[in-house]
Design a protein around this ligand. Structure first.
Ligand code: NDP
Length: 516
């Protein structure tokens, strides 16, 4: 398929997605944790991509802050090295980088030091005068979650949360809490000093084109929405698998596991976009209201339902993609040798609303698996077979599937049956395929570009509101509780490089379905 819509079609799509290319307001972006991994691999490269696409305001500067003792010059040198390693641009634009790099500044400081926040305020006043940013400041918490609340309090102590004829916004990285209680507590702490409208809880998955395209696909096309309900859809599958293990993140991962790391945030967000009711507009509150309503309708499991509807796994030794041996999870760096943490989970959810009653939603995610893939499968109900009685096609009818591929190769595929050429009525599954990079000129992005751009424009549609975050923790809390109280007796239960634990395949099989 290709883009046949012409300029008008594209413009409509952009308008629908709130992607008109307006320049954001002038502002200064402060990155807390600027010496860390997220800053060098994703934030600075994404900001540079925005700059190259003319999507940053002219009046713009970055101020990095962390404990490390860099000068602005040495920090710029370090970013210059990193951006070359992590930029996804085909041809690195040295001239553009040298202009952009001049906008980057650094100050050393600890987040538990009140004096550091007073210095930060003075530094920002000077930068604001120099860049003419109008007092607008975007604070980005690229730090471990343990210091989120410390930073928000430190900023309040020097009055940097206050808005007048300028705005102050704060981006909070994931994970937002580690369970329902901690998420509620973090919300309480942050919202003591900041208004909800100032807080942007980020999940960069939502910056990916295909995730946003779920909204365009459902609500800009007339033909799918009438089918989007329990009358026509049999079940839904959402999968996010990785080939790699925990790599250098063992310390963090062992306290987290895949339910906290992937399912509670990324997979639930995709489910919300896929299943929510049409919003009355593309205003951020309208979209967030519908997402919240959808998650609120997910049935909270009792402990015995967790045992029936949630499967966990942990990888053992196996073989990596390149043929080299992979060590078991329990021998990974900084992982407890007797760890009970799941590196794989599959869950069957029910949505108790009029549209989805009786349509199971299967979610799965894991590390150390055979393929790297993120996709959504919408499986329709099978057509009645009676017409084909007495033909070779009898018993061959399979259900139609609509597949949204998030990564790799972003796109959409429709699978349906066609008659095989020849005298008799034999069927074969065929597909219609839409590939993003074939149909549009796309820029390889990280997902952060869209999120940062939207935040600078004050569009919170793609960011999570406090009620949404708490509701998603509410859904996974019974799973976390049961798994914490009952140690897994079969870990490790799948070899690295395999398709996952056998029990994960039994889960849809018990409901007479199977993973695609
Ligand atoms: P890192 O550990 O690499 O970096 C953390 C940064 O915070 C460092 O600059 C560190 O400074 C600084 N820091 C921590 N405590 C203090 C303190 N008390 N005072 C001053 N500075 C402090 O973490 P990441 O960059 O990997 O992750 C940051 C956040 O982003 C986390 O919440 C993570 O979950 C999230 N995230 C990360 C992703 C990634 O790919 N890395 C992807 C998605 C989300 P110093 O080095 O001096 O200790």
């Amino acid at each position: 398929m290709s883009d046949q819509g012409g300029p008008e079609g594209l413009q409509e799509l952009f308008t629908a997605l709130n992607l008109q290319e307006d320049a954001p307001d002038p502002c200064i972006m402060v990155i807390f944790g600027a010496s860390g991994d997220l800053t060098k691999r994703l934030l600075i490269p994404s900001l540079f991509n925005l700059y190259c696409d003319n999507l940053l305001p002219d009046a713009f500067a970055i101020l990095g802050m962390a404990m490390d003792d860099f000068s602005t010059e040495s920090f710029r040198d370090r970013m210059s090295e990193d951006v070359r390693n992590y930029s996804r641009q085909d041809q690195f634009d040295d001239h553009a980088w040298s202009v952009f790099c001049d906008k980057i500044h650094y100050m050393q400081g600890r987040f538990d030091d009140a004096e550091a926040f007073a210095r930060l305020k003075t530094f920002l006043q000077a930068l604001d005068g120099r860049y003419d940013a109008g007092g607008n400041i975007l604070f980005y918490m690229a730090t471990p979650p343990a210091v989120f609340s410390m930073i928000s309090t430190g900023l309040e102590a020097v009055g940097m949360n206050e808005e007048h004829d300028y705005w102050r916004r704060i981006i909070v990285e994931k994970p937002f809490g580690s369970d329902l209680d901690s998420a509620r507590q973090l919300n309480r702490q942050i919202l003591t000093y900041w208004k909800e409208s100032q807080v942007y809880r980020i999940d960069h998955y939502l910056g990916k084109e295909t995730v946003q395209n779920l909204l365009a696909f459902r609500f800009a096309n007339g033909m799918f929405e009438p089918l989007w309900n329990r009358t026509h859809i049999d079940h839904i599958q959402i999968t996010a698998t990785e080939q790699v293990g925990v790599e250098w993140r063992g310390g963090y991962y062992d306290k987290s596991g895949v339910v906290r790391d992937m399912i509670q945030n990324h997979l639930f967000q995709m489910m919300a976009y896929l299943c929510m009711e049409p919003p009355v507009s593309f205003e951020s509150e309208a979209i967030r209201n519908e997402k919240f309503k959808l998650l609120s309708a997910v049935r909270i499991m009792e402990p015995e339902e967790v045992r029936e509807n949630a499967v966990r796994g942990q990888y053992g030794e196996g073989v990596k993609q390149d043929g080299s041996p992979a060590k078991p999870y329990r021998q990974e760096h900084l992982v407890h040798p007797d760890s009970n943490t799941e590196t794989y989970a599959a869950v069957k959810l029910r949505i108790d609303n009029w549209r989805w009653h009786g349509v199971p939603v299967f979610l799965r995610s894991g590390k150390g698996l055979r393929t790297k893939s993120t996709e959504i499968v919408v499986q329709f109900r099978r057509a009645p077979e009676f017409t084909f009685r007495g033909t070779p096609a009898a018993g061959q009818l399979e259900a139609n599937q609509l597949i949204f591929r998030i990564q790799p190769n972003e796109g959409i595929e429709l699978r349906f049956l066609a008659k095989r050429p020849g005298p008799s009525m034999h069927m074969r599954k065929v597909n219609m395929n839409f590939e993003y990079d074939e149909a549009f000129v796309t820029h390889p992005g990280t997902g952060y570009e869209t999120m940062l751009y939207d935040c600078m424009r004050g569009d919170a549609s793609l960011f999570s509101r406090s009620d949404l975050v708490e509701t998603s923790w509410q859904i996974v809390q019974p799973i976390l509780d049961v798994w914490k109280s009952e140690k897994a007796r079969d870990f490790p239960n799948y070899p690295f490089g395999s398709w996952g634990p056998k029990a994960a395949f039994d889960l849809p099989a018990a409901a007479h379905r199977r993973w695609l």
